[in-house]
Write a protein that binds this ligand. Sequence first.
Ligand code: A2P
Length: 257
Amino acid sequence: MSNLNTERVLEVRHHTDRLFSFKTTRDPAFRFVNGQFTMIGLEVEGRPLLRAYSMVSSNYEDNLEFFSIKVANGPLTSRLQNIQVGDPILIGRKPVGTLVQDALLPGKVLYLCGTGTGLAPFLSVVKDPDVYDRFETIVLVHGTRFISEQAYDGFITDTLPNDELIGDLARAKLKHYPTVTREPFVHNGRITSLLDSGKLQADLGLGPLNRDTDRVMICGSPAFLKDMVEMLEGRGFEEGAISGPGHFVVEKAFVEK
Ligand code: A2P
């Protein structure tokens, strides 16, 4: 298992019967770019059982944090949801991923759009001082079915603005847009419709989507990604990569079947 570190669970938080988060120790030699993911998991019957997880923690933090769905019959998450403080956990040493700022052309407004646990990589990004240097405005959009699934709402609205390192930047430049589809909330509707109609932008005092100024990072279910990409491409946005930066980047949230 030379490509894996064994870390220890430091904290577990259950948000709902479908969602939980946990923190682990971090090998100081484990380096990543904010927005990336790595393989993590447990040893089951003598073998590593791994799934891809985005880091919620930023790359300057001492510990690692992850945000997970619970799938009753999921080979990994049915076990992972029972982890306790002190338990060992396997963390892949090679982080990867496309949700990185170097894959985007310079712009003014950065939209970070996540559904469900697709929020995870963007929590790492909004803690990154660099993103506030690159963009005038950062819009963090989180779409869920229910209010209880807005799991990091308190972190975004209370903790982050008071953070010693990021607080001033976040208060000046970060706009939070939580939206829920299956019960009344401050914002309702799918991210795709809200962006396409311009309602989301209007609610925040921003203009309609514009590929000259706007950049978009997307993470969520395959259906959400497909519809977002279609909508953006219809407006002339092009997908970026580090080898050729563009107007948007995409990653699927790695939901266990
Ligand atoms: P909806 O409730 O209308 O299905 P899930 O938990 O299924 O991944 O959904 C998370 C959020 O993403 C929900 O608000 C859901 O809305 C929304 N969603 C699901 N599919 C799409 C899609 N194709 N385009 C935009 N939003 C979507």
